[in-house]
Design a protein around this ligand. Structure first.
Ligand SMILES: [Mg+2]
Length: 213
């Protein structure tokens, strides 16, 4: 029996972040009076310069004076059962056999925003989700070279015959480099944010989850 570990990025790999943001913008216009123009004109002020994390809650609080808790409640009450997983990733996740395939979500970003988005991705409900503070590829590389466990993430890679890292961002694979034991799979979707940036030669390019090994 071949045991496989899939480490999946969240935003724009399994989750249609741009569609989620677009829907929240419509909601903010109706419920909070925030115009799309004001939203767009101020969004970059809330991209934290060092980490590049988007401070979604801080952004909306500055525009409408609504705190994190109330904002999350507003979104929950309006978006309710919406699901923003891409159809191909949701279908792939639904057909995993847990005896052979372990799937975890590894994501970077501000935890309150990442947690909020997880609520709109039902097929990852039961999966382990790890919010990491830096480039995933670099982090995995450092810990493989150093020790088989990824620090306190307790991810024992040598339990698996195959380890796959799937991400839409080419920088993840630049960080990972070519390393034994982990295969990089870079997903490029037709409207993907980074689609114009070439896939590093150390990674294999795919276009949807149906292409995964
Ligand atoms: Mg991503």
């Amino acid at each position: 029996m071949t045991r496989r570990l899939y480490i999946l990025d969240f935003d724009r790999t399994v989750f249609d972040t741009d569609c989620f943001i677009a829907d929240t913008k419509i909601l903010f216009r109706h419920a909070l009076g925030i115009s799309a123009r004001d939203f767009d004109a101020t969004q970059n002020l809330y991209i934290e310069p060092n980490t590049k994390y988007y401070n979604f809650h801080g952004h909306i609080e500055s525009l409408a004076g609504i705190g994190q808790h109330d904002l999350d409640q507003l979104i929950t009450s309006q978006l309710r059962d919406r699901d923003y997983l891409y159809p191909d990733s949701a279908a792939w996740l639904a057909t995993r056999d847990p005896l052979t395939d372990t799937v975890i979500i590894m994501t970077v970003g501000r935890p309150p925003f990442q947690q909020l988005k997880f609520n709109y991705a039902k097929a990852i409900d039961g999966l382990r989700k790890i919010i990491v503070p830096k480039n995933k590829g670099e982090l995995i590389r450092e810990h493989i070279l150093d020790q088989p466990e990824i620090g306190d993430l307790n991810l024992t890679l040598n339990l698996y015959d195959r380890v796959y890292l799937v991400d839409d961002s080419p920088e993840t694979f630049t960080g990972l480099g070519k390393i034994n034991g982990v295969k990089g799979l870079r997903i490029v979707r037709p409207d993907g944010k980074y689609r114009h940036i070439p896939t590093p030669p150390s990674a294999q390019q795919i276009t949807n989850f149906g292409d995964l090994p």
